[in-house]
Each structure stands twice: as structure tokens, then as C-alpha cells.
Design a protein around this ligand. Sequence first.
Ligand code: SAM
Length: 399
Amino acid sequence: MQVGDFLSVRKASRACERHPSGLGHFDVALYMRTGRELERKAAGRRDGPACVLDLGTYFGHSALTFVLGAAQVSRRPGIRVLSLDIFEEPEWYREQPDIAAFIRTHGSADRDAVARSLELTCKKEGLPAECITLWKQDVNLVTAEELKGFAPGGFDAVAIDCGKTPEAMNSIVKLVCDPAVTRPGAVVCFQDFHDWHAPWNVVAFWKLLRLGYLRIRSIEPGIAPVAEIVKHGNPGEVCNRIEHREPDWCSIHTDRENEFAAYDGMSQLLDRLNQPAKRLRVQCLQVGALLRHGEVSEAEALLDRLDAEWPRWLRDGSLLEAYRRFAHVKTGKKDLSLRLRTTYSQRRRTAAARWLQRAHLYSEYFRSPVAVGEVQLRARREGGRVQPASVSRQGFEDS
Ligand SMILES: C[S@@+](CC[C@H](N)C(=O)[O-])C[C@H]1O[C@@H](n2cnc3c(N)ncnc32)[C@H](O)[C@@H]1O
């Protein structure tokens, strides 16, 4: 994040504090920067305002964040965000304190209540409410023509999150690669890249990168690489083998070969981009892939390797998540409070290690995104290795 981003995130968090949220600080920084960038770009363009397709409204935080970013460029931002959701929070979810509070204030958690709350926030922030349009719509059912009706020139950015099914990921990939839906160069942001309940995000990202539909645009602290559309067409299904199993994150969504190729490919790419922390997080998800495909002792061996390699300066939350899922499969009991008790993990719990971890986190807050000029995927046949041709350290917003 740049220092300006950090201040913007604080401002956005205050503006959105009444909206239950699925966004982290780094997502907020990216969405605000994207909102600013699109608003600037659209100002010099003749064919309509900048349009964002937000695939998952929840309570509107992502949609609002793009607009707050655009409003840093113009007092009357022209940006238009179309946010789709089924607006069907499960009953148990409605009992979460932030959602229960929202329902008490707005009467429900349906589309109209979320729209009313967004209108109120827009009014408070001096933003035109027409910047955000909410559609109650299943992403599996929406058509490219309907989306084209909203953004005739195509969307300039798409936000993809978790909380969906592998079937929905197939629909999303189809829409994102449809020339009627996205413009060439449209920004593609994967929120929740490291979520255990959406392992297909990494697989989709890798497939689109490998087949040349996406190109990595920037490496951002704390979140997934940000991509842009460089080719349209039909990439085929990402989730090509769907078998629902319990626990749900153990459901099969693609062939073993595809899933492993994606994690291996992403890990190699992140290594070459000198992103050890991101690579370790992706490898933690790989533990899930091994468990899904019944390779429990391989999962244990990978966990041991990651534990030994995990740097003291890096918080090990992702590793703990992986360990807990492994223990769940091994013992049949789900316990999300389990802690690793190895010698290596003890070293990450000392006062000095915790200090280093805090320092690293704060340094991430002020780290600028790395614009990846040309990440060339020269998938060398043997081993599918990946080579970035050049990685430049520059802010991309003004470039
Ligand atoms: C992680 S949340 C979205 C977080 C949101 N972007 C934010 O800023 O807080 C995922 C959302 O996807 C929605 N969803 C699940 N399945 C869907 C589908 N088939 N079509 C559209 N939305 C869906 C859920 O209702 C949920 O609100």
C-alpha cells in the first residue's frame, strides 16, 4: 500500500463501518486505487463511464469501495458499479453479530435493505447513489447480453470473491472471458484467493494465465496478484469434475492433475517474482488439494516441510489453517482452535518472533504494489516452469 492508500483505507473503513464486510484492508486499498484509476481513464474517453462488475455484493462493501476510490478523483464520480448477488444469507449466518445488527437497523438482509443502507452511506459521504446498482441475480443465470445492457462498451474491472460453488466459478470464468462482458485490459481482482472454501480461485487464475487470457498486472501486498484481460474466448471449464463431499472443502472440483498443476505453477511463479510469503500461502492450500485427493501422508509431509521452512518473521495463520484441516481429516473432528506444537512453531511464538511478525505486517501496509511489466509465461514443456521477463518496481497508477 502507498501511504495515501493507507489513509484511504482508514477513511473507507469508517465510511463502511455499518456494512458487514468480506474485504480485508489490502482489498480495500486495491479497490480504491482501481476506482481512482478507472475514473481518471474514463474522463478522457468518449464511450461511456467506467463500469465495474462486482460478483458478490454481500452488504455492499466492495461496490462502495470502488466508488469511494473514484470519488477521490472527481466530486461527482461517473463510475458505475453493477453488483450481483443472490442475497440469500443462510439462517445460521444471520445470527452473526454484525449481520444481526444490520438486520435490526434495516429490517432484513435482502436486496432492498442492502440498497437502502448503501443509499444512506452514499448520502453521508456525498456520493451519487446512482453509482451503484444492485441486481438480485444468480451468476449462473445472468447472460452476457444482460450485462452488455448495463455496460455496452464492456466492464473495465471485475471483482471475484469466495462464498460460491465450483459451478459458479465456471460461469464467472465464461463471463470474464466474453468480449461482450469485459473490455480488453479489464482489471480482474480475485478477493479471497487463499480461502479454503474457494480453492478453485487459484485453479481458475492459473488456467486463465496459462492459456493467455489473463496477464499479471501487479503484485500487491497481502492479496492475490492482480490481473488484466489480454484475450477473449472460451477457456473451457475450470471445475471439470465436481463431486460434493463432506467436509465441503474436501469436495472435488477438478482432476487431480489440473489442481496440482495450478498450485505448482503458482508457487513457481511466486518464487520467481520473489514473493516467498505468497508462495507459502499457496502451498498451504496445496495441503488441502492433497487431502481432497486422499493423499493424507503426502499432506502431512508437506505440512512438515512448510513448518520447517516457515520464516520467523511471517505470521503462520495459513499454516495453522492447513494443519487444522489435516487434523480434521485424520481424526474426523473439526477443531479450528488447534495449534501446532512443533519445535519450529515454538520459535515463531517467542516475543522476538512476534515483534518481527508485527514489523513485517506494518511494512506490508506501506509497501507499494509491484507492477509486473511483462510476465511472460514461457511454460517450458518440461515441468511447466514460468518466467517473468521483467518485473519493475513502480507505482502503476500514474504510469
Ligand atoms: C464473500 S461474499 C462477498 C463479499 C463482498 N464482495 C464484500 O465486499 O463484502 C460472497 C457473496 O457471494 C454471493 N453468492 C453466492 N452464490 C452466488 C451466486 N450463485 N450468484 C451470485 N452471488 C452469489 C453470496 O450471497 C455472498 O454475498
